[in-house]
Ligand binder design. Sequence first.
Ligand SMILES: Cc1ncc(COP(=O)(O)O)c(C=O)c1O
Length: 375
Amino acid sequence: MKSAPDWIAHPDTPYLLIDEAKLKSNINYLKQRVESLGSHLRPHLKTLRTLEAAGYLLDSKSAPATVSTLAEAEAYAKAGYTDLLYAVGIAPAKLKRVAALRQQGINLHILLDNITQAQAVVDYAAEFGQDFSVFIEIDSDDHRGGIKPSDSKLLTIAKTLGEHFTGLMTHAGGSYACNTEQGLKNFAKQECDAVRIARNNLETAGIHCAITSVGSTPTAHFGEDFSDISEVRAGVYTTFDLVMKNIGVCDFSHIAMSVVTTVIGHNKEKNWLLTDSGWMALSRDSGTAGQNRDFGYGQVCKIDGSVLDGLCVNSTSQEHGVIELSDAYQLEDFPVGHQLRIMPNHACATAAMHPVYHVLMSDGSHNTWQRITGW
Ligand SMILES: Cc1ncc(COP(=O)(O)O)c(C=O)c1O
């Protein structure tokens, strides 16, 4: 492994570090995979939420992308991106902001799964002479929202939307609870089958469905056939994280995000290292706790990124992290001032704690990226 360049030692810790070479490789792998299986990606920009990352994920300003907030949609629209799916059910009060973007020529698609939302869209459209582009959310795995593919409400909502109806979207978030290859393949098929059934039901009723959109990082990596699916969404694959490692989608070596931290003290009786990265830097996400391997609040690595086997952040307070050393390690190996990297449980949550990211570029140089914040 390339040794850490000198600049890593300079920003005050804790700071979020992105490894550009890994980021690029993760992005290229999934793009080629999905295209070879007959579809294309609509990447979810929510993990890094920066204009720079969008530049890596999208080939052009008109390429399809997914966002999780209107604040992101507004920022990407301002930067010239024109095809954005806001993939969280629409709150009627937000239609004004959606309309403002559509009036600027942005094809901002919205999502809904109930008749109250659909009626709010058509009422707004009628009052203001506004066109919308609406995806109906399909429930493929009893995980969150959405309508079951054969629920009669699907036809009612599509008919209510009329010309504003564009397509069907599903997200198998339940796949995060899976960790076998066959299980993940089954989830990916289940996701596709749900929109296939829903599309068929609509088309039998004479309603054209222009776009079918599926995806999560696990299902995008394990799906075997996307040839009759318009697009596949995934987000956290850009950097991956420990939750994805436990699921079996990636290995430590693919994780492109870490938090650089400094040892600030020792508890000799307990064999603990104290660091300056608490939950304000790592997030409170303990998503690996219910998985096959619990990484506490993150896997500890050397500053060069190599994994220190068996060491994780065992507990956090606001600005402190506690690493309990196993017998394989000595406190003296980690003097005060020593820097370490922590791999995140959930990259989206950890990135959200940092307004600025430090990026280790493939050529060893250093960049900073600003995060788009808010809703
Ligand atoms: C609607 C939707 N699509 C796609 C994704 C991306 O999934 P992942 O984070 O597994 O890449 C998410 C994640 O929350 C989502 O909510």
